[in-house]
Design a protein around this ligand. Sequence first.
Ligand code: 13P
Length: 252
Amino acid sequence: MRNRTPLIAGNWKMYKITPEAVDTARQLVKLVADCSNVDIMIAPVFTALDPVSGVVRGSRVALGAQNLHWEKEGAYTGEISADMLVSAGCQYVIIGHSERRQYFGETDETVNQKIRAAIDAGLIPVFCVGESEADREAGQTFSVLDKQVKMGLDKYFAKDLGTLVIAYEPVWAIGTGKTATKEQAQEVHAYIRSLIDQLFDQALAQSLRILYGGSVKPDNIAALMEMPDIDGALVGGASLDAGSFSKIVKFK
Ligand code: 13P
């Protein structure tokens, strides 16, 4: 039996100008007001964080950002630090999303530094990993994940990682409508959990929440959540609409 509180997180990517973000957040807060035993997070664009934080404050919905810089401050034009996210009302931050790795030069090394910055500022890191279609076809899924997890968490100790969330997002399932089957996802989640056990300890492996991401929709969430090592979802497209996202939150 899973004793980890599920987390359903919405990654809004580069969608929604501020009034749209505020409006969707308002609708969501109402729709999930009666939910319990599930943590809920939305990650709007940076410019909408502060206004959306005013909407979600005191509600069931927590706020997250989609990226951060690892330094506390400095001459880094265009970047945003962990403390800045905290002051905008964030509790979570997504780190190492495959779109950042693919288009913006994110590496396992920068991911590692960003996780440190998030933890030091008291933010919950949602550390994303996942193989490409070519990796999977070449039978490299586990070796790719192994490297991402080991390098992303290099030089950490179990005591640092008590709040860590890992999101497994197979790149071939993102925005494609091709969800991993629940068995495929479970196999990888169990692998990641065993890797955490091996690298750190059993207590961390057992308490760590591992989310699945990639074309999660209201009609496939329940099946995914039946699996013992799937502790929630990181949702893209279906999180943009408060109605569909709230259905995912209420997967039971
Ligand atoms: P989709 O749910 O649109 O496939 O996106 C998944 C994702 O990338 C969430 O971070």
